[in-house]
Design a protein around this ligand. Structure first.
Ligand code: AHR
Length: 320
């Protein structure tokens, strides 16, 4: 299971002045303002680390802010980057909608914007140059396909509880959509409960406790939109006297080291990969924009899926 990261060109978007392709524009370092979502998960910590270290390696001056999962904080940070006249603004939008006003302000100030990790929902795709990140719908489909295969021959019903990510965020919307698209092919699959755990371990545990209280013995499968919520839920399942990975099949997304440890302990059945290591691609794109080169409108990260059976073999290769 090798993971490759490739660039996929879907449309070209020229932007930026003709400047040398280095981390420097007209002798000064390129200044990048990055508005991060927060520090809600192991994934996010690795993503922040990747952005910071690759900016350093690329000679790009990074202004970094943490929005603590609040859209208004991200909007404030973007406005402050506009006021500081940074060369490029990049951000991972906490939710999909509500960005047009601030992005029009960036456009009017002639500051190119790059979306990383999460997309926005807007009719105006001139508000950003490119979007670098995973295909979350496909991640949901991968989770669904794995479950359909696993339950082949079982007449059902297969009762599923779902821990959704942050309400209104692209990964929560798309991972749900992709998973449902696959499992709807067989009516034996039933999502009996679905609630947000906000992508955190603490919330994942809390919501799973409530699911167990309400439906205890009926639950056959947990689908968690990220590993952190699955890890929190594993704790709740154990505290309820059940065996995670056996009494309840657990599927999650990200492929962080914590998930591999849980898989090696037999408590998590599968993790769909979502790579947070977007820093090097982002810095390359920032340089291209400043050099006036065309960049693809969509850059998709290619990812794999790791069932527990391969966890021990893959663990030494994991970088996050
Ligand atoms: O946007 C990516 C998602 O955000 C990751 O799956 C999750 O762990 C993070 O918090």
């Amino acid at each position: 299971m090798k993971r490759r990261t490739v660039l996929v060109a879907m449309a070209a978007a020229p932007l930026g002045a003709m400047l040398p392709v280095t981390g420097f524009a007209q002798g000064k370092p390129i200044v990048l303002g990055f508005a991060q979502v927060g520090a809600e998960s192991e994934w996010r910590t690795a993503n922040t680390q990747s952005i910071k270290s690759s900016a350093k390696d690329a000679g790009i001056e990074l202004k970094f802010s943490d929005a603590q999962q609040k859209q208004e904080n991200q909007i404030k940070a973007i406005r402050s980057y506009i006021a500081q006249k940074v060369d490029v603004i990049a951000f991972s939008p906490v939710v999909e909608t509500g960005w047009d006003t601030v992005l029009v302000e960036a456009k009017n100030a002639k500051i190119p914007v790059v979306l990383t990790d999460r997309a926005i929902s807007s009719k105006d795709d001139t508000l950003y140059v490119t979007f670098i990140g995973s295909d979350f719908t496909e991640e949901g489909r991968k989770a669904g396909r794995w479950l359909v295969e696993k339950e082949k021959g079982n007449p059902g019903p297969v009762n599923i509880v779902e821990l959704q990510g942050t309400v209104g965020s692209a990964p929560a919307i798309d991972r749900k959509k992709g998973f449902e698209e696959i499992i709807k092919s067989d009516p034996k699959f039933k999502i009996i409960r679905s609630q947000t755990g906000d992508f955190t371990r603490a919330k994942g545990k809390e919501v799973m406790e409530a699911f167990l209280k309400a439906d205890g013995d009926k639950i056959n499968v947990l689908y968690a939109h990220n590993d952190d919520m699955a890890i929190g839920a594993i704790q709740a399942i154990e505290e309820a006297g059940k065996k995670p990975g056996k009494d309840i099949i657990i599927i999650s997304v990200d492929g962080v080291k914590g998930a591999f440890e849980a898989m090696m302990a037999g408590k998590l059945n599968v993790s769909v990969e979502c790579s947070p290591l977007l820093g090097p691609q982002l810095m390359a794109v920032v340089k291209d924009i400043k050099a006036g080169k065309s960049v693809p409108k969509r850059i998709v990260t290619q990812e794999s899926i790791f069932p527990m059976e391969v966890a021990a073999k893959e663990f030494p290769n994991r970088k996050y």
